[in-house]
Design a binder for this molecule. Structure first.
Ligand code: SF4
Length: 68
């Protein structure tokens, strides 16, 4: 799995950080999303998928791969 963000669309709602704090953080200045891990380990995949699902601005794009 690889994560790509479209941060210009981020509204700083913070749901991604609440769901997957190991992977996402928020910019201290404006609250926009920061990606901590571009290719998270398998045990975090479900949390990343949930973060993408709950993001109100569809900022989080996931590339699924069969080998991870
Ligand atoms: S949930 Fe979406 S809109 Fe909210 S901070 Fe995360 S990426 Fe930005």
């Amino acid at each position: 799995m690889k994560i790509r963000l479209e941060p210009h669309r981020c509204v700083g709602a913070g749901q991604c950080v609440w769901v997957a704090p190991q992977v996402f953080d928020q910019n201290e200045q404006d609250g926009t999303v920061r990606l901590l891990i571009e290719a998270p380990p398998a045990e975090l995949h479900d949390f990343v998928r949930e973060a993408a699902r709950v993001c109100p601005a569809r900022v989080i794009q996931i590339e699924e791969e069969t080998d991870s």
